[in-house]
Every structure is written in C-alpha cells, then in structure tokens.
Write a protein that binds this ligand. Structure first.
Ligand code: ADP
Ligand code: MG
Length: 270
C-alpha cells in the first residue's frame, strides 16, 4: 500500500433484532473481541438499558460513570464516554438503566433520531480512533434502536435457529427500509448470522435451509453453534473468546469476524 492510500474510514455496524434472547449481545461482545484480536480498534456501544454487554465485558455498575445515556442526551462526547476493557484494542461505552427514561426525555426534541449519528460524526472529525464501532441494541424497535440504525453504515442481524426465526425478520427488514427512506439512505444490510445452532435438532437444520433460501448470500456462511462455554463466559465478565478460545462457539465467532472483514472490503471497493 502506498503512503497516499486513503485511511479506511470508521465503520459503524449496528446489531439489531427486536426479539430478545437471539444472541445480539453475545454476538456484539465476541465479534468485537475477535475484530480487536486481529488488530482492529473497536468501540462497542451498549444501547440496551439492561447493560448485558457492559456486564459481559466485566464493567461493574459502579464503574459506569459516563454511559450511552450521557452521549444520547448530549452531555458527554464519544471520547469522554468510551472506557477501556480488559481486551486490548476494545473500548466500550457502557449503558445504565437511565436509558429507560431517554425516550420520554427527548420525545419532543428535533433530530432526536440522530443523537448517536451526530456524536459519532463529531468524533470522526477529530480523526477516527476506531476502525469499527459495534452497537448492541435493546430487544425492541424503539428510539434507541432507531438511533443505532440512523448512525450505522450497516446492520448485522442475529437470528436464532428456531421455528419463528423468519417471522420477526420481515418486520425488522421493513424497519430497516423505513430508516433508509427517511433517516439514512445509505444504510446496508451487512448480513444475517444464524445463532445457537443445535446440530442434534432436525428443526434447526431446516431453519438454516429456509433462511438461506429466502435471504440467499445475505446470510453469513458461519453458523454459531449452541455452546455452553459461550453462555458461561458472561458470568465471569469475559468474552467467550477469552474465557475459552478453543470452544466451538469462540471458533465460530472468530470465523464470523473474518467474514465481516471480507464483506467490508467488498463494500469498500464497490
Ligand atoms: P440478546 O442480546 O439478543 O437478548 P443474548 O446474546 O443475551 O441475546 O443471548 C441470550 C441468551 O442465550 C444468553 O443467556 C446467552 O448467554 C445465551 N447464548 C447466546 N448465544 C449462545 C450460544 N451460541 N450458545 C449458548 N448460549 C448462547
Ligand atoms: Mg442483549
């Protein structure tokens, strides 16, 4: 690469699905960790009032002095709210239960859907210190998720391998379409990742086939298996990839990260 090669710009990927328990937070934590392990500078923004991504990365409640709530109410910048984690190259903006009140607080404010986008724009003007920003969304299509979609270059959708997987997807894709029409015309669907796959379950294999048939190459090749090590890791405040790098779940997230990087390259030359 020549000295004049343009610096790749910061990419914002929002991890969304209005269903709870489909693997959003697990994907956010482990994808962020895998990307940082290959030298990318990553910021994870926790936009779920439950704060599972913050807890899962070992950030105690007392440590959350500035949070995503402060960023969205415009009382802290991205740089002020970002804090380091135990994972090298990975920072987090944690969340607190204060976020529950945000929607009411800013209901009448103009530009309320652009609070996160504006904060990130302001941040990149100083010269981006992050290669990737991942945003972990709450399980609903509320103003927090809309902020995350309005701020994103692309959306990554975790889908649990279960019977109703496709049902919620059409509603989610409709919302993405609406955001594209109104708030963010360049929003892309980065891809769909199938999670919690259980190879002993015939139905799970059927769901994988169905989703691939409907969504084609928008589905990542990597399927995340159901793996007990992955579900244990958050109680130790660690990403699965640090807790047990060799387990099947961690290995799958490492493969997912390399697919994400490949897709980014394709988007960049496109
Ligand atoms: P969401 O953020 O969409 O609500 P989570 O990532 O919190 O979903 O996952 C829901 C639950 O499933 C959590 O208890 C999590 O530990 C567990 N889980 C997620 N992915 C896996 C996996 N691959 N194997 C086993 N358990 C998983
Ligand atoms: Mg979650």
């Amino acid at each position: 690469m020549g000295v004049l090669a343009p610096k790749p710009r910061m990419r914002v990927i929002t991890i969304a699905n209005q269903k709870g328990g489909v693997g959003k937070t697990t994907t956010a934590i482990n994808l962020a960790t895998a990307l940082s392990a290959v030298g990318r500078r990553v910021l994870l923004i926790d936009l779920d009032p439950q704060g599972n991504a913050s807890t899962g990365l070992g950030i105690d409640k007392q440590e959350r002095e500035t949070s995503s709530y402060d960023v969205l109410r415009e009382s802290a910048s991205i740089a002020e709210a970002a804090m380091p984690t135990a994972v090298p190259n990975l920072s987090i903006i944690p969340s607190t239960l204060d976020l529950l009140g945000l929607e009411m607080e800013i209901a009448g404010a103009t530009g309320r859907a652009y609070r996160l986008r504006d904060a990130l724009h302001f941040h990149t003007e100083d010269g981006a210190q992050f290669d990737f920003v991942l945003v972990d969304c709450p399980p609903s299509l509320n103003l927090l998720t809309i902020n995350a979609m309005a701020a994103a270059d692309s959306i990554l959708v975790p889908l649990q391998c279960e019977f109703f997987a496709l049902e919620g997807l059409s509603q989610l894709l409709q919302t993405v379409e609406q955001v594209r029409d109104t708030l963010n015309p360049t929003l892309d669907l980065h891809g769909i990742v199938l999670t919690m796959f259980d190879g002993r379950n015939n139905l799970a294999a059927q769901v994988v086939n169905d989703v691939r048939q409907v969504m084609g190459d928008q589905v990542y090749d990597t399927v995340i298996p159901r793996n007990v090590r992955v579900s244990e890791a958050p109680s130790f405040g660690k990403p699965a990839i640090l807790y047990d790098m060799k387990c099947s779940g961690s290995q799958a997230y490492i493969r997912l990260a390399s697919e994400v990087i490949q897709r980014e390259r394709r988007l960049e030359v496109a």
